[in-house]
Design a protein around this ligand. Structure first.
Ligand code: HSE
Length: 414
């Protein structure tokens, strides 16, 4: 029997205990022996719970107990998760975490410590919740040159955008509703501003390239500026708007990566990924497109991924499994060099603006909605740098006439 400790008895931590209990035989068979939770570290007591006798408040008890070989970190945040995980690895214990903030910020160092101490630092649950995507990257797709990873990696924002699309509701209304239903956090900034997706695409990029990625170098834009009106245009164009985290890896190893709302056509593999679900498209140079779909968050799906990590650690109790990335830094190209088509909403009537639009943006498709004092255009493909220049030229022309210019811009993959 292998003894484990769970640090953090919140939603995911209690889910891990539930999966280990519910699937005890299945887990024992896969791991080669039973996994028993000996300690649960939490600030709180749970006097009426069946795990009441396992609750401890002092981390030292876990760190110093040599019987503990496996540790689950489901506390979230960086402090004390980072020092605790580091200490566990240094004490020769394997760690499985669901904490993407920890992996994105300290993954390089923790992976290195795990290698040195012949243990494992696993984090399948940190990206895509219950969707297996980390392990496929270092196992099934190991022989591939990964060319692109594009994901809908945040359930909260996907739920909000789906509701806005289906019900014609505003961002604020749907966010409030999502908070009342408990889907969105009271402080939803990390989700709606794209920070959560940014950390996840940084982790996936590091997995794909084998190099460390500084998530702060990834251009990140959230969904707070997307309006119900944008969806009216999208509907007319047969498209949808999704929050993408994307990483494109060139032949030369150079990477362009971004997080942003993107207008996508019906033929895009991620178009049908709706509600709280996540979807991840991974393109390999030999295999082509592969898609991973499922519950990107939630108690049992996320706990299931943590338990899979525990099983892999149990199967490799005395060795480090080769995975993750090294200390070499991955350069991320500036966003200015990334190319898209662009959807814009422009004030006024197309008839009056046609020449200025062509002068600045070249050939465009025009989209008009009935009864609106504005119109939409879809540009040809250009770099972000070229697009910014075109926008500032257009704003200049508008200003000369004392008129308002650009009401909205959304990158488009159509
Ligand atoms: N807040 C995240 C989401 C949780 O909505 O997807 C999973 O990381």
């Amino acid at each position: 029997m292998i003894k484990a400790a769970v640090m953090g008895y919140g939603t995911i931590g209690s889910g891990v205990v539930e999966v280990l209990t519910e699937n005890r035989d299945q887990v024992a068979k896969a791991a080669g022996q039973e996994i028993e939770v000996k300690y649960i570290l939490d600030l709180r007591d749970f006097p009426d719970s069946p795990v009441a006798d396992k609750i401890v408040h002092d981390f030292k008890q876990i760190e110093e107990d040599e019987e503990i070989r496996l540790v689950v970190e489901t506390m979230g945040g960086l402090n004390p998760a980072y020092p605790f995980v580091k200490a566990c690895l240094m004490a020769g214990k394997h760690v499985a975490t669901s904490n993407k903030a920890l992996v994105a910020a300290y993954g390089t160092e923790l992976l290195e410590i795990a290698r040195k101490h012949h243990v494992n630092f696993f984090f399948e649950a940190s990206v895509g919740g219950g969707i297996p995507v980390i392990r496929p990257l270092y196992r099934c797709l190991k022989g591939e040159k990964i060319q692109e990873i594009t994901g809908i990696l945040n359930g909260t924002t996907n739920y909000i955008l789906t509701k806005m699309e289906r019900e014609g509701a505003s961002f604020e209304t749907v966010l409030r509703e999502a908070q009342n239903l408990g889907y969105a956090e009271r402080n939803p900034e990390a989700d709606v501003e794209g920070h959560d997706t940014c950390r996840k695409i940084a982790i996936l990029t590091a997995m794909a390239t084998g190099r460390q990625v500084n998530f702060e170098e990834i251009y990140t834009e959230g969904i707070t500026k997307i309006t119900d009106c944008d969806f009216k245009y999208a509907q007319k164009m047969g498209t949808s708007i999704k929050l993408f985290g994307t990483s494109r890896i060139g032949e030369d190893g150079r990477v362009s990566a971004y997080v942003a709302p993107v207008m996508v056509g019906k033929n895009h593999p991620l178009y049908p990924v709706s509600d709280v679900f996540n979807g991840i498209l991974v393109k390999g140079n030999m295999v082509g497109d592969t898609m991973f779909y499922g519950s990107g968050a939630g108690k049992l799906p996320t706990a299931s991924a943590v338990v899979a990590d525990l099983i892999e650690a149990a199967q490799n109790l005395d060795q480090n499994v080769e995975m993750g990335w090294g200390e070499e830094k991955q350069e991320i190209l500036p966003m200015e060099q990334t190319s898209f088509r662009y959807f814009l909403r422009l004030a006024g009537s197309h008839r009056n603006k046609e020449q200025d639009v062509e002068k600045c943006f070249g050939q465009t498709e025009v989209i008009e909605l009935y009864g609106m004092d504005e119109f939409g255009i879809l540009t040809e493909t250009m770099t972000e740098g070229e697009f910014k220049e075109a926008c500032s030229r257009y704003e200049g022309l508008e200003k000369e006439k004392g008129e308002y210019g650009i009401k909205q811009t959304i990158r488009a993959l159509v």
